[in-house]
Design a protein around this ligand. Structure first.
Ligand code: ADP
Length: 256
């Protein structure tokens, strides 16, 4: 089923931002989550659409594992993450019987679910919809871009680490954006240095400046660096209340 040209369930969504990365593990889901939290903190109404079908980590990051999506008269009602209902999430993780279950599907089934995510989630009024995509440039990316095209996504935010391999993968990601006509809003360098909590000295764990150099070569904006934050990893592992704790994170300062 093709997404209708009429905006349907995305009619009330003002801006759509896709978050991409060349490979897994660079912090794409973390940046998607934190971007959404930063926007919420700035008073915006935000939705997160997690189309990383094989590794849906956002429900765990936001302490929403085990929550369920419900059917409403306009499709799936997303999971609201706060009392004010200013941040909501839709993820394949909510559709799996066991949270750690792997999605082992062939391409057409994955693409059908992505289209359904785009057309059947009742987001209501949102200032921003942040779309967390799988790593790389797969069929799922094509399906996502194709399904969102009628809704005119604002563009793509590309996440990299400072290392050369990640930067090489990101170059392919930028080519994908060019070929599919997706505007690159900019590059974010994640895990960019570690500031010692004891002596405040910053160590470049994975070399430095790769993201900025890549942005310069590709002629796209460099949006900034997000440091390695051990507190962030701990919060995620220990299931802290991310929404409450986020403003204390150095990532918040970087993204704000
Ligand atoms: P991806 O979505 O690219 O696969 P994730 O966002 O799942 O990557 O991040 C991979 C791991 O790295 C997670 O355990 C996450 O907590 C950690 N991580 C990501 N960014 C940071 C950061 N800036 N500081 C500390 N840990 C981070």
């Amino acid at each position: 089923m093709e997404a209708a040209a009429e905006p349907g369930n995305l009619a009330g969504v003002r801006h759509i931002i896709l978050v991409l990365s060349g490979k897994g593990g660079v912090g794409k889901s973390t940046i998607s989550t934190e971007l959404a939290l930063a926007l919420r903190h700035a008073g915006k109404k935000v939705g997160i659409l997690d189309v990383d079908l094989c590794g849906p980590s956002i429900p765990r990051m936001l302490g929403a594992q085990g929550r369920a999506v419900h059917q409403c008269d306009r499709g799936w009602a997303p999971v609201f993450l706060d009392r004010e209902q200013s941040i909501s999430l839709m993820s394949v993780g909510f559709l799996l019987e066991k949270p750690d279950e792997a999605v082992v599907w062939r391409g057409p089934k994955k693409n059908a679910l992505i289209k359904q995510f785009v057309s059947d989630v009742a987001w209501g009024e949102l200032d921003f919809l942040v779309v967390d995509t799988p790593p790389g440039t797969s069929d799922e990316h094509m399906a996502t871009v194709e399904a969102l095209r009628p809704y005119k996504p604002l563009g793509a935010l590309v996440v990299t680490t400072p290392q050369a391999v990640s930067v090489g993968d990101v170059r392919r990601e930028l080519t994908f954006c060019r070929k599919t006509g997706l505007r690159v809003m900019g590059v974010v360098e994640n895990m960019s240095g570690f500031t010692c909590p004891h002596c405040a000295e910053c160590t470049s764990v994975f070399s430095r400046g790769g993201g900025e150099e890549l942005a310069r070569l590709a002629g796209v904006p460099f949006l900034g660096s997000v440091p390695l934050d051990p507190e962030l990893t701990r919060s995620l592992e220990e299931g802290h209340d991310f929404i409450q704790e986020f403003p204390r994170s150095p990532t918040f300062a970087a993204l704000s």
